[in-house]
Design a protein. Structure first.
Ligand code: MBD
Ligand code: FE
Length: 284
């Protein structure tokens, strides 16, 4: 099996995402026992959808066997977190968003790693000495839905580098690169110095990428910053921010963009770009 030790490619990242999911499961919700009626309702709907597709498209035995083989490969390649976060999480997030106020959310994705360095504002995300990419100064404020600033709020931020790789999921990157937990100042303000990320390509050499290619789709997500924004007494927001004019904004393979989440950085004149964003957290 390919690992990220041997190769920084997508199947490497995908299997790494499975290991990460299992290692960090306790950070995630969803351990409680489900109501049998709900299990029956949801599982029936999923199976109905699959059977409907088989009948409507007259799926053959050859195709059925190919699907079984592919499902086995997704598991063996460790790509279930990748596949599910790309193709399904956007609907789970849409449901969650129905009861959420304040800043719009987006999907978490497979590459969050808890426990990063805590940094006071103004903060520079950990970078290699020769980190490539356009410098970006990302600043703003965190406030409640009542407009009150939230000092001591945390922005847990992670992003791809200028080649589209995430630290922890590519062996050539140092641990913690372009990740950090930035704490707001007495006025709820933050300032983060980083670089603009590149678009992200689903690894083309793994089963998820092969399915995308077989269907003739593209494997790209637009460039984005990931954030978990939290403050005591407030509901944590999981979101992503994109860049105006960025490639794939209107055709994100993970369908995770929203118009409210698009940044429009301006040139500062010295090759740096700068942009502000205000986060609004719901009480409770
Ligand atoms: C990513 O970088 C990402 O954000 C998601 C949601 C899925 C795959 C890779
Ligand atoms: Fe991402």
């Amino acid at each position: 099996m390919t690992t990220t030790e041997e190769s920084p490619t997508a199947s490497g990242s995908g299997s790494n995402a499975t290991a990460n999911f299992q290692a960090t499961r306790t950070y995630r919700a969803g351990q409680r026992t489900a109501d049998p009626e709900r299990v029956s309702a949801v599982v029936s709907a999923v199976l109905d959808g699959i059977n409907r597709a088989v009948l409507d498209h007259e799926v053959t035995y050859d195709e059925f066997q190919a699907v079984k083989q592919w499902l086995i490969e997704v598991g063996e390649g460790g790509e279930w977190p990748l596949f599910l976060d790309v193709f399904v999480e956007h609907s789970v997030e849409e449901v969650a968003a129905r009861s959420q106020d304040g800043t719009k959310g987006s999907i978490l994705g497979p590459y969050y790693l808890p426990g990063q360095a805590r940094l006071d504002t103004p903060a520079s995300l950990p970078q290699r000495p020769d980190e490539r990419g356009t410098p970006l100064v990302f600043s703003g404020r965190v406030e409640g839905t009542d407009g009150a600033p939230l000092p001591g709020a945390e922005l847990d931020i992670w992003q791809a580098d200028e080649q589209g790789y995430y630290s922890g999921f590519a062996p050539h990157l140092p641990d913690g690169n372009l990740r950090g937990v930035v704490v707001t100042d007495d006025h709820g303000c933050f300032e983060i110095h980083t670089i603009e990320p590149a678009p992200y390509q689903i690894p083309t050499d793994g089963p998820t990428g092969k399915m995308i290619e077989a269907a003739g789709w593209h494997p790209w997500r637009p460039a984005h910053l990931h954030l978990l924004v939290s403050a005591p007494g407030h509901r944590t927001i999981t979101t992503q921010l994109y860049f105006r004019g960025g490639q794939w904004i209107d055709s994100d393979v993970a369908r995770a963009t929203k118009p409210e989440l698009i940044l429009d950085p301006s040139d500062t004149g010295d090759g740096t770009r700068s942009v502000e964003y205000h986060f609004v957290l719901e009480q409770g």
